[in-house]
Design a protein around this ligand. Structure first.
Ligand code: NAD
Ligand code: ZN
Length: 343
């Protein structure tokens, strides 16, 4: 079977790998769809991010869905042919944070397609994948590409939980890539009364409006457009920072009202924080990192039609054209979410 392997920046290869066989409690899945994420792009364009560097070839990918091909011993509740969304979150279940229920902070996390540990954790862009049955959530009724959106949606559901109460709140989302757009969908579902989104790209902002934002602000064309929201100590209750850019964080902080909440989702290396404003306005700065128990919730919300990420999937390319998919995904003016079709 074939897999999408990164060797070095811009050196992406399609290589043969062993499919493997499902052991007890495991499932062999024939992959259907795989979304290209910002972190995959970091490995492709730069060979890593921050201090994380590729030290050996690694299969990319962690936003995937597929059809069950075979069941290992003792697996119940799944049958060959079932469409499943596969969670890339693989905590150990035994460390102190797993015991506390903070599974996204597992000390032995084996998140697919990550060069953080060495040997690297191989990813899921492969025609056949052996996964734990507990990672597989039945996704009947969804298109395979939509099922694969459960992963980035889970990131945003987790971010919404970190925000706390959203009912009736005024929300600012900085950055309208797939994560910002899914934060709009998650915040609206949680009862946000007003949502404003910013980006540098008109194409991205059009997706933000379609996802349900009340107003889209192009900060490249109108750099001062958020300034009125800073009057009288600010306007928004919650900021979802989804760029990782210090300028976006600073503009968002200025527009937050006293006791507002910042949920920092974007990963931007070391960002400068206007700390004085945090103190003076008594703002809460909260990180949001990955997810765990939100994954089946994401699948259920999509199945019930309560959150529909389908319009965000702009490009689907066959496995043979994986590199083209990475190039398309790197260009925000062309693509929102780009996926690889494995079958
Ligand atoms: P993306 O790069 O597709 O989107 C970022 C968007 O921000 C782009 O559309 C860009 O035009 C816009 N932007 C850049 N600078 C801006 C500025 N100053 N003001 C307004 N908009 C600006 O990335 P994505 O896939 O949507 O992910 C967003 C961020 O979330 C990334 O930093 C990613 O690494 C991070 N992320 C975090 C987690 C987590 O668990 N915390 C999970 C997934 C992704
Ligand atoms: Zn653990």
């Amino acid at each position: 079977m074939r897999a999408v392997v990164i060797h070095a920046p811009k050196d992406l290869r399609i290589e043969e790998r062993e499919a493997g066989a499902p052991g007890p409690g495991e499932v062999l899945v024939r992959l259907a769809a795989g979304g290209v994420c910002g972190s995959d792009l970091h490995y492709y364009n730069h060979g890593g991010f921050g201090a994380v560097r590729l030290k050996e070839p690694m299969i990319l990918g962690h936003e995937v869905s597929g059809h069950v091909e075979a069941l290992g011993e003792g697996v119940e509740g799944l049958a060959p042919g079932d469409l499943v969304a596969i969670s890339p979150s693989r905590p150990c279940g035994r460390c102190r944070y797993c015991a506390e229920g903070l599974r996204n902070h597992c000390l032995n996390m084996r998140f697919y397609g990550s060069a953080m540990p060495f040997p690297h954790i191989q990813g899921a862009f492969r025609e056949m994948l052996v996964a734990d049955a507990s990672q597989c959530v039945k996704a009947e009724g969804l298109a395979p590409g939509v099922a694969a959106m459960a992963e980035p949606l889970s990131v945003c559901l987790h971010a919404a939980r970190r925000a706390g109460e959203l009912l009736g709140r005024k929300v600012l989302v900085t950055g309208c890539g797939p994560i910002g757009a899914l934060c709009i969908l998650a915040a609206r579902r949680a009862g946000a009364a007003e949502i404003v989104v910013t980006d540098l790209s008109a194409a991205a902002l059009a997706h933000g409006l379609r996802a349900g934002a009340d107003r889209a602000v192009n900060v490249a064309e109108e750099p001062e457009a958020l300034a009125p929201y800073a009057a009288d100590k600010g306007y928004f209750d919650v900021l979802f920072e989804c760029t990782g850019a210090p300028q976006a964080l600073a503009a968002g902080i200025a527009a937050l009202r006293p006791r507002g909440v910042i949920v920092q989702v974007g990963l931007g290396g070391d960002m400068n924080v206007p700390l004085q404003a945090l103190t003076a306005k008594e703002l809460d700065l909260r990180g949001a990192f990955r997810f765990h128990e939100e994954f089946p919730v994401a699948v259920r919300l999509m199945q019930a039609g309560l959150i529909d990420p389908a319009p965000l999937i702009t490009h689907t390319m066959p496995l043979d054209e994986a590199e083209e998919a990475f190039l398309a995904a790197s260009d925000r003016s062309r693509a929102m979410k780009t996926q690889i079709a494995f079958a």
